[in-house]
Design a protein around this ligand. Sequence first.
Ligand SMILES: O=C(O)C1=C[C@@H](OP(=O)(O)O)[C@@H](O)[C@H](O)C1
Ligand SMILES: C=C(OP(=O)(O)O)C(=O)O
Length: 440
Amino acid sequence: MPTLTAPWPAPVATRPLDATVLVPGSKSLTNRTLPLAALAVEPTRITGALVSRDADLMIGALRALGTGIEAYDGGTTLVVTPAVLRGPAEVDCGLAGTVMRFIPPIAALADGPVRLDGDAGARVRPMGPVLRGLAALGVPVTGADPATGEPVDDPSFLPLTVHGTGRVLGGEVEIDASGSSQFVSALLLAAPRFEAGLTLHHVGEVLPSQPHIDMTIAALRERGVNVDDAAPGKWRVEPGPISGGDVVIEPDLSNAGPFLAAALAVGGTVRVPNWPTATTQPGALLPGLLERLGATTALADGVLSVTGTHAVRPVDVDLSAAGELAPTIAALAALADGESRLRGIAHIRGHETDRLAALVTEIRRLGGSAEETEDGLIIRGGGLHGADVETYHDHRMATFAAVVGLAVEGVRVVNVATTAKTLPDFTAMWADLLGPSGRA
Ligand SMILES: O=C(O)C1=C[C@@H](OP(=O)(O)O)[C@@H](O)[C@H](O)C1
Ligand SMILES: C=C(OP(=O)(O)O)C(=O)O
C-alpha cells in the first residue's frame, strides 16, 4: 500500500508516565477462533475480538468460502455460522501470516479452487512447508509467477490456488517448521476435519514460537478436539466435531508490549488491566523480560503494572519463543546502557519484513549501533538522535520507533498507519499514554 501521509512525529515524554492502557483483543486468538468457528458443527459467538486489518482479512477469507459472520459492538462481537465451504473463491491475505498460512488447509476442504494473494510484502513470506504438507495429503496446490502469471511447479509463495474437492483424507505428514510456527498451526487447525485426522512431524532443527503452537492446541482442545502433543515435534489430531459456543478473546499481550516498554524508556508506571493469569500468548513473557531490562512489575487483581526509572539495562535474551516481541525489546536495547544480544530469532527475517535487517538499518539511522548475527541482533545502546524511521509496512517497526521516540527528540515514523494491521487506534492510544495533552 502506498504511503501518502507525512511522517508521524513521535511524541516525547517530558515527565514520568502514569497511565492505564486498555489493550484490544489478541490477533492470534481472534484469528484462530474465527477459522475454528467456520469449521465447527454449530455457531460460535466471539466477544472481545480484535478489530483490525488482520482480523478483517480473516473474516473476509472465511466469508469468501461461504461462512456466515455477523459483527456487532463495533466488530468486537462476532457471530459465526458455519456452512459448507465452497469454491471458487478469491482470498486477499494482505500481509497477515495467520491468513496466508491458516487458510490453505481450510481451502482444501472447499469444493472448488480457492486463489490466495496478498500485499507485495506477503508474496515473499515463506509458505512452502504448508503447501508441501497439503500436497503430501493429496491436495493439489498450483502457483503463478506474480510478474508473468506463468504457472509455477511446487509453489512456495503467494499467489497460489488450492484445488479442494470438499474432502481431505488426512494421514501422516512431515514438515520443516523452522521458518514459522504458523506452518504447524495451519495444518493442526484444519486437521479435525480431515477424514483420518493428522499426524504431523516437525523435521527442522529449531521450532520457533512454541507458545503459539500451544495456543493452537489449547484452542482445539477447548472445542472438544483430541490432540496428542506428548512427544516433542510431533502432534496427533484426531478427526471429530469442532464445537462452537461462546469464546472470549484475551487482550493482545504482544500489543501491550510497546506501552509497557514505555515505562522503562522514560520512567513511571504503565498498567494494563485484564492481564490473564494463565495464557498461551507469548506476551506472558513480557513481565520477566521487562524485569531483566530494569523494570519492576506486579500483577494484582488482573492488572499488570510495570514501573521503570528511565534506566534501561542491557540484556542477553533468547526470544525464540516470542519472536514477535523482538522489535519492542530492540527499542529498549537501543536505549539501554550497554550491549544487548537478542538470540533465537533467525525466522523473523520472514515476518512482515526482514525484521533483523530493518531493525539494524533503523537503529543505525537513529545514530545507534546494531548488527545482525546468524540468529539475531547485537545492539549497543545509546547515542541516538532524531530521524525519519522507515517501517516497511510492519506494524511492529512503527511501535519500535514510537518507543524510541518517547526518549529521543525528533523521531518521526513513516507510515504510522501500518499499525492498523493489529492496532488501528495506535496513535490515539499512544497520546493517551502521555496524558491529556498528549505529552507527559
Ligand atoms: O500463530 C500466530 O498467531 C503467530 C505465530 C508467530 O509466528 P512465527 O512463528 O512465524 O514467528 C508470531 O510471530 C505471529 O505474530 C503470530
Ligand atoms: C509476525 C507477525 O505477524 P503475522 O501474523 O503476520 O505473522 C507479528 O504480528 O509480529
